[in-house]
Design a protein around this ligand. Structure first.
Ligand code: BTN
Length: 334
C-alpha cells in the first residue's frame, strides 16, 4: 500500500518549518516565501497538525515545529535530507514484501540514480546468502537505494557493498554508538549485529545497469521484538542508548552519509573507502572462521585487498576470500 498523499504546499510549509529548526517562523514569512495567502498557510498548518505534527503557535510571532510523528514518509524524510540525488525521489510504503525487490522492479522500469524505497514493514525481508531479515513493524528502518554508477565495471561493483557499510557505520556512530564493521558489511555494536546490508546488481559483461543497496537497521527494536534465537546476537540503537531515536532523522542521516561516501568512491576510487573500512573494522587482527561456498577458512584476518576481498592468514598461507560469513572466534568484549 502506498502512503497517503500529502499536498505539495503542505510539504513546502513543513520543509520551511523544519529548516528553521527551533526558531519561530512568522506566517508572513511563510506566505511570502511560498506565495500562499496567510489563510492558506494556516490551513496547511492545521492539516499537518491533523497528521500528528506538533506545531506551536507563538503569540504574534508565528509557528514553531516542535515534534514530528515517528513515521517514514516523504513528508517526514525529505525536509531532513541534505543530498543532491539519494532520496530526492522517495517511494514510501506501509508494507512491502522486500524493499530490495521493489527497488529492483523500479530499476528495471528505468527508475533513476538515487531513488529510494522505504517500508514500515516487510513481509519477506531478505538477508545475505538466502537468509531472511526480520524487523518488527514501525520500530526499525528498512530501505533500498537504486544506484546507477557511471563507468564502474561490473567486476568492481562489490566495492559498493563496502561503501554502504562505511556509510551506515558512520550514521550509527553519529547517533552515539560505537559501531564497527564485520567483513564484508555487517555493522555491529559490542559484538552484536545492529545493521545488515544486501547488495544486488544487474549487469552485462562490461556495464552495470543498476545496483540496489538494501539496508536494515535496528533503531527502536526492544529485546522482546527479536525472535528468541537472535536475542543474544542482535542489538538496536534503543537497546544501546536506552532511549528511542527519531527514525526519519536516522534514515536521512544514512542517506546523506551514503551519498557522501558514494561520491567519494566515484571521484577517488576504492582507495579511500578501503582505508575508511579498515579504520572501522572489527574483523581485522582477529582470529576468524569464514564459511565460504563449501569450505571453511580459519586463521587471522589480516587485511582487505584492493578489491575488498578478505585476506586470512592460515597455517597453509594467505587465503583470499571474496564471499562468505565471518565468525569472530574471540569477539571483542563488551
Ligand atoms: C544481512 O545482514 O543478511 C542483510 C540484511 C539486509 C536487510 C535489508 S532490509 C531492507 C532491504 N530489503 C530486504 O529485503 N533486505 C534489505
Amino acid at each position: 500500500m502506498a502512503e497517503p498523499s500529502v499536498t505539495g504546499s503542505e510539504e513546502l510549509v513543513l520543509a520551511f518549518l523544519a529548516e528553521a529548526a527551533d526558531d519561530v517562523v512568522s506566517g508572513e514569512a511563510i506566505s511570502d516565501k511560498l506565495g500562499l495567502t496567510r489563510a492558506a498557510v494556516w490551513k496547511h498548518v492545521e492539516a499537518l497538525r491533523g497528521q500528528g505534527y506538533r506545531i506551536d503557535a507563538v503569540a504574534s510571532r508565528g509557528y514553531r515545529l516542535v515534534a514530528v510523528p515517528d513515521r517514514l514518509r516523504a513528508l517526514e524524510i525529505r525536509p531532513l535530507l541534505s543530498t543532491h540525488d539519494v532520496g530526492q525521489v522517495l517511494h514510501c510504503h506501509e508494507e512491502l514484501g522486500s524493499t530490495n525487490d521493489e527497488a529492483k522492479a523500479l530499476a528495471d522500469a528505468d527508475a533513476g540514480h538515487g531513488e529510494v524505497v522505504v517500508a514500515e514493514r516487510q513481509t519477506g525481508g531478505r538477508g545475505r546468502r538466502g537468509r531472511g531479515w526480520v524487523s518488527p513493524p514501525r520500530r526499525n528502518v528498512a530501505f533500498s537505494v537504486i544506484l546507477r554508477p557511471e563507468e564502474l565495471p561490473p567486476s568492481r561493483a562489490p566495492e559498493l557493498t563496502l561503501v554502504a557499510a562505511v556509510a551506515v557505520c558512520d550514521a550509527l556512530r553519529h547517533s552515539g554508538v560505537d559501531a564497527g564493521i564485520k567483513w564484508p558489511n555487517d555493522v555491529l555494536v559490542g559484538g552484536r549485529k545492529i545493521a545488515g546490508i544486501l547488495t544486488e546488481l544487474s549487469a552485462e559483461s562490461d556495464r552495470v545497469h543498476w545496483v540496489v543497496v538494501g539496508v536494515g537497521v535496528n533503531v527502536n527494536a526492544r529485546p522482546s521484538d527479536f525472535p528468541e534465537e537472535l536475542r543474544g546476537q542482535a542489538t538496536s540503537l534503543l537497546i544501546e542508548r536506552e532511549h528511542p531515536s527519531p527514525r526519519a532523522l536516522f534514515l536521512a542521516a544514512c542517506l546523506t552519509s551514503l551519498e557522501g561516501w558514494y561520491d567519494r568512491h566515484a571521484e577517488e576510487g576504492f582507495a579511500p573507502i578501503r582505508q575508511a573500512w579498515r579504520e572501522r573494522s572489527v574483523t581485522l587482527g582477529q582470529d576468524v572462521s569464514v564459511t565460504t561456498d563449501g569450505a571453511q577458512v580459519t586463521g587471522r584476518a589480516e587485511d582487505i585487498d584492493e578489491t575488498g576481498a578478505l585476506l586470512v592468514r592460515t597455517p597453509a598461507g594467505l587465503v583470499r576470500v571474496t564471499s562468505g560469513d565471518v565468525a569472530l572466534l574471540r569477539p571483542a568484549a563488551r
